[in-house]
Write a protein that binds this ligand. Structure first.
Ligand code: ASP
Ligand code: MG
Length: 418
């Protein structure tokens, strides 16, 4: 018998039929003797609907009140799922986040979980009850309802699994796992059977948006084995088969040594590049450029500064394409003349392509194979950045798909059967 947390996303509980199917699947797990805590999202589209309702009333909705509204979608699905389980003759009970004391900070719309009081849940589990908990929501120390940011139910599930020391956290979703790259770009992309938390973080932040990033951070920190698997399969799939499907996100020690050096090719389309030319090369300049950018709440991704031969240098960085105009505006009004830079040049049509893999730590020649592959395709790299397990390059966005395909092939990812 194991204690297992299941999480079902919006599509998986998007209709009464789908909810019945989830109940059917849970019955199978329950009858096999497992203790189950189930976290669900709102029905697909519902959170968007609630947020636009709020915006109809207040253009910039009050953050506290927005959470009061946005959190209601999940209250509907937990109740319905508990009813579906009761209809099957099972013991089940639904809870909102505040009811099981998912304590968060007070950062409305993007709160962080601080603690979960798992006593009540444990008592229910001990009596054979399936516990259904609303994802995405919690309560702060003053009793205010909070939400965890879009896609936050993944994090609710992982946090519950951590608090309960669950044996595994299964994230059921509309894809059947994590792939070496997006199969819409490379049809030969393979499902990874296993990937490390570190790699998954790089993959998630680089654009393969299977899981909320924070949930992966949380799982890595609290050592919660996490599995992403499909909720679209037949609910009567034999349990052993289902339990081994999808992608397991786990620790390096658990991953077979013969694993490929690179686990995947990630990409981010909507980037923009900005360069300030002839920036004086002296202490404090980077801060004077990026300080006002940060004050305007603009996230900066890659940063590059060249060496200077004549006392000035070029300083480039990338931002999300949506923030390009805003960033240029900040540089025009607050930075350029102030620091004595010559020009601001920008390119809103770039993309970032990255290769990710823990194997990079122990293999040489990875960067050179990447660069040779892009050179052979005639693709110019405008910026390069590296970490211990990742190499990212910025290319013109029209070459992004070509770069992804060429790299996927060059690193033999169509034949990883990890
Ligand atoms: N319902 C919330 C959202 O749509 C949370 C979630 O689905 O994870 O963002
Ligand atoms: Mg989701």
């Amino acid at each position: 018998m194991a204690l297992i947390v299941h999480k079902y996303g919006g599509t998986s509980v998007g209709s009464v039929d789908r909810i019945e199917k989830v109940a059917h699947r849970l019955e199978k797990w329950h009858r096999a003797g497992h203790q189950l805590v189930v976290v669900v999202s709102a029905m697909s589209g519902e959170t968007n609907r609630l947020i636009s309702l709020a915006k109809e009333v207040q253009q910039n909705p009050d953050a506290r009140e927005l959470d009061v509204v946005a959190s209601t979608g999940e209250q509907v699905t937990v109740g319905l799922l508990a009813m579906a389980l009761l209809e099957r003759g099972l013991k089940a009970k639904s809870y909102t986040g505040p009811q099981v004391h998912v304590l968060t900070d007070s950062a409305f719309n993007k709160a962080r979980i601080l603690n979960i009081d798992e006593k009540k849940i444990r008592a229910d589990l001990a009596s054979g009850t399936i516990v259904v908990v609303a994802g995405f929501q919690g309560v702060d120390e003053h009793g205010n309802i909070t939400t965890l940011g879009r896609g936050g139910s993944d994090t609710s599930a992982v946090a519950l699994a951590a608090a309960l020391k669950a044996d595994e956290c299964l994230i059921y979703t509309d894809v059947d796992g994590v792939y070496t790259t997006d199969p819409r770009i490379v049809p030969e992309a393979q499902r990874l059977h296993r990937i490390t938390f570190e790699e998954m973080l790089e993959m998630a932040s680089l654009g393969s948006k299977v899981l909320q990033l924070r949930s992966v951070e949380f799982a890595g920190k609290y050592k919660v084995p996490l599995r992403v698997l499909s909720s679209m399969t037949d609910a009567d799939t034999p349990l052993e088969e289902e339990a081994a499907s999808g992608t397991l996100i786990t620790f390096e020690e658990d991953i077979k040594m013969e694993k490929a050096v690179i686990s995947g090719v990630a990409f981010e389309r909507d980037e923009a590049k900005i360069t300030l030319t002839h920036v004086p090369d002296r202490p404090g300049i980077a801060y004077q450029i990026l300080g006002p950018i940060a004050d305007a709440n603009i996230d900066v991704d890659m940063i590059i500064q060249n060496i200077s031969v004549d006392g000035t240098t070029d300083f480039s960085f990338t931002v999300h394409r949506n923030e390009y105009e805003k960033a240029i505006g900040v540089l025009e009004s607050k930075v350029k003349d102030h620091i004595g830079a010559k020009q601001i040049v920008g390119d809103p049509k770039i993309a970032k392509v990255s290769i990710v893999g823990i194997g990079m730590r122990s293999h040489v020649g990875i960067a050179s194979l990447m660069f040779r592959t892009l050179a052979e395709e005639g693709i110019n790299m405008q910026m390069i950045s590296t970490s211990e397990i990742k190499i990212s390059v910025v290319v013109e966005d029209k070459y992004m798909e070509l770069a992804v395909r060429a790299l996927h092939k060059a690193f033999g990812l169509e034949q990883v059967a990890a």
